[in-house]
Design a binder for this molecule. Structure first.
Ligand code: GAL
Length: 372
């Protein structure tokens, strides 16, 4: 069976004749950590600090039981993006806590992302949070901070977003605050969802929903939370406060009624990009991409970035993060999850280079590849 591998190449260097290591990624193969155990960091994201990368993701256990949180958020560290050291659970769920309804075993903690705040010197984690036994109904965001990248992270708060605030690009009907409950539908993956329902009005007082999410830290130190809202029908982008731990109240609606999920944002040549998926649960679908000159839009939707066989199902993956290797926007790595809801712990990781045809991001399948 193929695994992610390292091969030693004799470097034909006239000057030193030393050996050079080549890092080879093998998308979809089991990926052992320093203990030989398949990496357990699903729906993850990466934070680079100095020359160390930290990979945060959902720890999953075996079987369908692993589709909810049994342990919490796990972290790994690496200097070369191939060899990962298990740093353990950095945000644990509370086990057997009869009196604590917060982060209890069996809750849902998805798509954790961490950014560093150089002013407060805190590592700030945001994640999609659903208390146990509420399915995906609450649509909360959780926020936790730590003094070190390997935690432990302490939960600050969780809840809905932007209560009492209208989006920057509110329509007159949002300002009218008339929700049309008779037109309501229970959510799910319906591809058509009339904006006239006015879910912004429904959630105005209690706060807007947030499910699939990512964070984006811009060059100017401003940080954003990007998430599926309005019953997944519409993506929102929210500016965070200076501590990155709360909302600023400024947000916008993007891709109205397009049911975008799994957002991964990056910047290249001054433009903002999103790679996303459609909304079909654990089953893969065709990837989506978009570009904008400003994070607030106007966003231009591009073509499916995946090319070739299985492009219609994003090579059986769903986006979670795009990593600029060593911060270089010319070396971008797509990170996706190949979910396995019947045996959640065996979800695989699809990492592939992102190239460009003009403004269009392009991801091609490769059985193996190197950063060179
Ligand atoms: C996916 C989503 C995952 C998880 C899953 C549950 O669409 O991207 O993070 O929420 O649905 O069915």
């Amino acid at each position: 069976m193929k695994t992610h591998a390292i091969i030693l190449l004799a470097a034909l260097s006239l000057s030193c004749g030393s050996r050079r290591e080549e890092i080879i990624f093998t998308p979809g193969a089991p990926w052992p950590d320093n203990n030989g155990v398949h990496i357990n960091a699903h729906g993850g994201g990466i934070l680079q600090r100095g020359d160390i990368y930290y990979w945060y993701g959902e720890h999953k256990v075996a079987g369908a039981a692993g589709n909810v949180a049994r342990e919490g958020v796990r972290c790994y560290s690496s200097r070369d993006l191939l060899h990962w050291t298990d740093e353990g659970i950095v945000l644990p769920v509370v086990k057997g806590a009869r009196h604590s309804p917060v982060l209890e075993e069996g809750c849902i903690i998805e798509r954790p992302k961490v950014i560093y705040n150089s002013r407060t010197k805190k590592y700030v984690m945001w994640f999609h949070y659903e208390p146990a036994n509420h399915r995906y109904d609450c649509s909360y965001s959780g926020v936790a901070t730590a003094d070190s990248p390997t935690g432990r992270f302490k939960l600050l708060h969780y809840g809905r977003q932007n209560a009492g605030c209208l989006p920057l690009n509110a329509l007159p009907l949002h300002a009218s605050r008339v929700y049309n409950p008779e037109k309501n539908y229970p959510g799910g993956s319906l591809p058509r969802h009339p904006d006239s329902l006015n879910l912004i009005a429904r959630d105005f007082d209690g706060g807007q929903m947030a499910r699939d999410m990512t964070l984006f830290l811009d060059d100017d130190g401003k940080a954003y939370h990007i998430y599926s809202s309005e019953n997944n029908s519409t993506l929102h982008v929210s500016l965070l406060d200076d501590d990155y731990t709360n909302y600023s109240g400024t947000y916008a609606r993007l891709f109205v009624n397009r049911f975008m999920e799994a957002p991964a944002m990056f910047k290249r040549e001054g433009r903002y990009y999103l790679i996303m998926s459609g909304c079909t649960g654990w089953a893969p679908n065709a990837g989506r991409a978009a570009v904008a000159d400003s994070i607030w839009g106007t966003w231009e939707e591009l073509q499916n970035p995946f090319r070739g066989e299985d492009a219609g199902v994003s090579f059986r993956s769903q986006s979670t993060f795009v990593l600029p290797v060593q911060g270089e926007e010319t070396r971008l790595v797509y990170m996706g999850d190949r979910w396995n809801p019947k045996d959640a712990i065996d979800g695989r990781y699809i990492w592939l280079p992102v190239t460009f045809e003009g403004k269009q991001p392009v991801i091609r399948w490769m059985d193996s590849w190197t950063l060179q």
